[in-house]
Design a protein around this ligand. Structure first.
Ligand SMILES: Nc1ncnc2c1ncn2[C@@H]1O[C@H](COP(=O)(O)OP(=O)(O)OP(=O)(O)O)[C@@H](O)[C@H]1O
Length: 256
């Protein structure tokens, strides 16, 4: 059996007296794509921030490639790539300057950064903008640069928080394909999203969290077995929000 690359054991997190993660247990094998989904405020970003070493104060244990995260955070950070949904990007820089900065923080050689960045920017259609300041960029263009910055160092684990945010249809197709190919190469993908249709298509396993707890876990086929429903309906049912149509009606009643 493959040794899990990520082992999350009894993970808990509180902000003051408010407990936002409770007893999260999860093993992820190399090459797996985990879809981590849950409603707003469920605890997805908190889990991710702990996983990438941004939040050090948590209960339980996380092992990455068998090593405890707490004691090996600097080394482990180099093996993880993170793409946040809304990153503070240094707008006064060009994509190339920004990627050069990020790559050097990861200990990469300048010529390798330039080579990879050029190729990746080019394939995202950003070649004409490579040396333009990013303050003129659209949200989607920035998101493409963020995606590249999260993977340029060729990490073993890639954590994506709503990576498709702001991307146009073609870019969405391309990123889905990139995610699948990275997984086939053995990279492990931890994919947080609200876009159920995409989660359903790209993930090997889906983990649904609500109020800081895992409430369902399995392949999409397993989750759907009992209900025969789409992931969106399963999500609504399990998180107790089956009356969304009523809520939408009530929302619009405000105009009356
Ligand atoms: N720094 C913080 N201090 C206090 N409470 C926080 C902090 N960060 C998050 N929370 C709370 O923790 C809970 C989980 O938040 P988190 O951002 O992890 O959820 P999420 O699932 O990522 O939500 P979303 O889909 O809206 O991004 C929420 O109730 C949130 O208000």
């Amino acid at each position: 059996m493959t040794v899990p690359i990520i082992q999350i054991r009894n993970l808990g997190k509180s902000y003051g007296t408010k407990q936002v993660l409770k007893n999260i247990n999860l093993d992820v094998s190399p090459g797996q794509i985990i879809g981590y989904i849950g409603p707003n405020g469920a605890g997805k970003s908190t889990t991710v921030k702990i996983l990438i070493g941004l939040i050090a104060d948590f209960e339980g244990e996380i092992l990455i490639s068998g090593k405890p995260l707490r004691e090996n955070v600097i080394d482990i950070k180099r093996t993880i790539g993170y793409v946040p949904e809304n990153a503070e990007i240094y707008e006064v820089l060009t994509p190339m300057e920004y990627l050069d900065f990020v790559g050097k923080l990861q200990g990469m050689d300048e010529s390798l950064i330039r080579q990879r960045a050029t190729k990746m920017l080019e394939n995202f259609g950003l070649r004409p903008n490579m040396d333009q300041r990013m303050d003129t960029f659209s949200k989607g263009m920035r998101q493409k640069v963020m995606l590249i910055s999260g993977i340029i160092h060729n990490p073993q684990i890639i954590v994506l928080d709503e990576p498709l945010s702001g991307l146009d249809a073609n870019a969405v197709i391309m990123v889905k394909e990139i995610i699948s190919r990275l997984a086939k190469e053995g990279k492990t993908i931890f994919y947080c999203s609200h876009m159920m249709d995409v989660v359903e298509k790209v993930s090997d396993r889906i983990v649904l969290i609500n109020n800081g707890e895992i409430i369902a876990h399995g392949t999409f086929e397993e989750l759907k077995q009992n209900s025969g429903q789409s992931l969106e309906s399963i999500f609504a049912r399990l998180t107790g929000k089956e009356d969304i149509g009523d809520s939408a009606g009530a929302f619009l009643d405000a105009f009356e």
